[in-house]
Design a protein around this ligand. Structure first.
Ligand code: ATR
Length: 289
């Protein structure tokens, strides 16, 4: 449907945003579901954030996504935060209820929803997470909220893994979730922990195009009975996923998380179910059937 006088505004703020799939995803969903909305990208840096948030409120925008470098900064403008956003101090989705802003972090929720859709249930399981950047933090927080048994975080920069562990420690203790933080260079320990894990998640950027021949871990180190998840979705099939496929392991791909984080944001704004399969096919041109 073409925009009209009653059309509600939605958007994405951050910089750079030219490459984002979000406008295509959400506008396609509006069109498919016949929802009177329009999603636009607004290039915004830290200095402009206050003015942009004021403008979006003034224009009555129903909600917006927030990307780099504003995910932490936007917290200061939110009246309320969801549990996972509070845990990590970062927001990627804002809902505007008549000027009252609530912030959510849907990457982690999206990741685990995609897992569930693929029959991977993580409650009481051991999760090994590589990375401690923005996406990894959101996944780690949600892993705690999903009541996993143990979360082991490896990162190239150990301090960031320790900081993440510290941020989650109170909630983890309350829920009886064990958390460990280790340095990625400790390969011996990584190999041992992998043997004891049910789900391995690459939440680093290693393997992303143009460095798509790289894999964060070697084939020999991947056990035979583990689920392998990679949040990288360009290329479509990462080197890590190729290795996992060769070993006949169950795989959770990065596109699933992208789709489901968008699906959650869309649902928070509109209460409608995002047409995940159609978006996969029409926007990402991936035919799953
Ligand atoms: P995103 O928002 O996509 O998570 P990010 O916050 O920049 O991106 O985080 C990137 C993650 O990939 C970090 O965990 C980073 O490790 P450092 O914290 O040590 O920087 C990890 N990463 C990037 N390149 C890496 C590499 N070559 N080897 C190992 N880890 C890498």
């Amino acid at each position: 449907m073409l925009p009209k006088a009653t059309t509600k505004l939605y958007g994405l703020i951050g910089t750079p945003i030219d490459h984002s799939f979000s406008p295509s995803m959400h506008n396609k969903a509006f069109e498919t579901l016949d929802i009177d909305g329009c999603y636009l990208a607004f290039d915004t840096d830290k200095e402009d954030l206050e003015k942009t948030v004021a403008a979006l409120k003034q224009l009555g925008a129903r909600g917006w996504n927030v990307t780099m470098p504003l995910k932490s900064e936007i917290v200061n403008y939110c009246d309320y935060l969801s549990p996972e956003a509070k845990l990590i101090g970062a927001v990627n989705t804002v809902v505007n209820d008549n000027g009252i802003l609530t912030g959510y972090s849907t990457d982690g929720i999206g990741f685990f929803r995609n897992a569930k859709e693929n029959d991977v249930i993580v409650k009481d399981k051991n999760i090994l997470l590589l990375g401690a950047g923005g996406a990894a933090r959101s996944i780690a927080a949600q892993a705690v909220l999903e009541d996993v048994k143990k979360l082991t975080i490896y990162n190239r920069t150990l301090e960031k893994a320790l900081e993440l562990k510290e941020d989650l420690s109170e909630e983890a203790k309350k829920r009886g979730v064990m958390i460990e933080a280790k340095a990625l260079e400790d390969k011996e320990s990584l190999r041992k922990d992998l043997l004891d894990s049910d789900l391995f998640i690459n939440a680093t950027s290693v393997g992303m195009s143009p460095d798509d021949k790289e894999s964060i871990i070697e084939e020999a180190d991947i056990p035979d009975n583990i689920v392998v998840a990679d949040i990288v979705y360009t290329p479509n099939k990462t080197q890590l996923e190729k290795i996992a496929e060769k070993k006949n392991l169950k795989i959770l791909d990065g596109l699933g998380m992208v789709l489901w984080q968008g699906a959650y944001a869309f649902n928070l704004w509109t209460q409608a179910d995002f047409p995940v399969e159609l978006i996969k096919k029409e926007v990402f041109k991936i035919d799953t059937k």
